[in-house]
Design a protein around this ligand. Structure first.
Ligand SMILES: Nc1ncnc2c1ncn2[C@@H]1O[C@H](COP(=O)(O)OP(=O)(O)O)[C@@H](O)[C@H]1O
Ligand SMILES: [Mg+2]
Length: 362
């Protein structure tokens, strides 16, 4: 079992310095808005992913007017203690040490401490564009297969080069097809690899999402999910070839796995167009719990689970279904934030679960 026993936070977001002993499997974090509940979750998340869940650029996670931050987490996995230190020293300089040994590459750490976050803005996963769902797939698969992340980095690098080349063609008013073909060849291997991984992943994922959806919503509605990719019908080399003229005109690459999506329907209609708010939230949780379940199967232990302000998001019935699963059926460590202390305590008490309550500010 994976557990965080302690987190020390220095100059990360609103935390000047703070240390938290985490003594239970179920941890409630409460406090008024702006007190640092989300930031506390994010600090632990950072130790798992070497990046913030909420803030895209590292520089903005450093406390305002400071030069860097330091995070130190004491964890245990199957009773083996692990110490993770992350030091950020201003622009571009980041160090990550596991048990005092520095990683050469941050990507080597991904998947070591698997974790799943559920936060209010995540509803974009259901209502937003394909980019959201690609990021979702990438985050989960990267934790299960270290090779995936490397292939993805490679694919994106070549894709960028290819797009620059297409721009240059337009500027110069002439094409150099052989040069483009060199890049196409470099795209094909990582592209096909990513496609196959996503295909396998969604095949495992989709039945779980459907099951969790019905469990949370407490009904038998049919949600239909489908992995959409141009590579479903032909391999990447052929896809690139088909788009070539159009790529030249539009000056960017139109074919490839960077156009993938997961199509979602409810009773035969586009989900985001027909679903109620409650249904959307149910699907979001279903996607997150399915992610959790797949990671757990892959790792052989439960990932960390972060639920940020979920009480604001669901009606009482759905909330009860969800919390019962999270606290009682799930065996992993879970962190739940809420602005209302009483509401949180009441929910835990009604489930008869042992918990620790952290009240902010400390
Ligand atoms: N880089 C930063 N430096 C200092 N304070 C920050 C930084 N980023 C965010 N904050 C502050 O953190 C606070 C929000 O914390 P947050 O964890 O979102 O609160 P909560 O989840 O309890 O509502 C805000 O007051 C915000 O100004
Ligand atoms: Mg918050």
């Amino acid at each position: 079992m994976l557990r965080v026993n302690k987190i020390s936070i220095t100059q990360y977001k609103n935390y000047d310095f703070a240390a938290f002993d985490l003594t239970e499997r179920v941890i409630g974090i409460c406090g008024l808005n702006g007190m640092g509940k989300t930031n506390l979750l994010d600090a632990i998340y950072y130790c798992c992913f070497t990046k913030s869940y909420f803030t895209k650029t590292d520089a903005l996670t450093v406390q305002f007017s400071k030069d860097g931050f330091r995070l130190e987490a004491m964890l245990e996995n199957n009773a083996v203690p692990e110490k993770l230190v992350c030091i950020h020293r201003g622009v571009g300089k980041k160090e990550l040490l596991l048990n005092d040994v520095a990683y050469e590459k941050m990507s080597q750490h991904i998947g070591k401490f698997p974790a799943v976050m559920v936060a209010p803005d995540d509803i974009e996963l259901v209502t937003g564009g394909g980019e959201e769902r690609r990021r979702y797939m990438d985050t989960v698969i990267s934790q299960m297969d270290a090779g995936y992340l490397l292939q993805l980095i490679q694919y994106n690098k070549v894709l960028q080069q290819r797009n620059s080349l297409l721009k240059r063609f337009a500027e110069q008013g002439k094409t150099d097809w052989p040069l483009l073909e060199v890049l196409d060849e470099q795209l094909v291997a990582p592209g096909n690899f990513i496609y196959n991984q996503r295909k396998q992943f969604t095949a495992d994922l989709i039945p779980l999402v459907q099951q969790f959806y019905n469990q949370i919503a407490g009904n038998n509605e049919t949600v239909t999910l489908q992995y959409e990719s141009q590579l479903n019908n032909s391999d990447l080399a052929a896809v690139l070839n088909n788009w070539r003229q159009k790529d030249f005109i539009l000056q960017r690459t139109n074919g490839g796995i960077h156009k993938d999506d997961i199509a979602m329907q409810l009773n035969g209609q586009l989900f985001k167009n027909t679903a109620s708010q409650g249904q959307r939230k149910s699907l979001l949780f279903a996607l997150k719990l399915a992610e959790f379940e797949l990671l757990k199967r892959n790792k052989g232990f439960a990932p960390l689970l972060f639920l940020d302000d979920v009480f604001e998001k669901l009606d009482d019935n759905r909330m009860q279904h969800l919390l019962a699963w999270v606290c009682n059926e799930n065996t992993g460590q879970v962190f739940i934030t809420d602005t209302h202390r009483e509401r949180l305590q009441q929910a835990f008490n009604s489930l008869a679960v042992k918990y620790q309550l952290i009240e902010l500010p400390q």
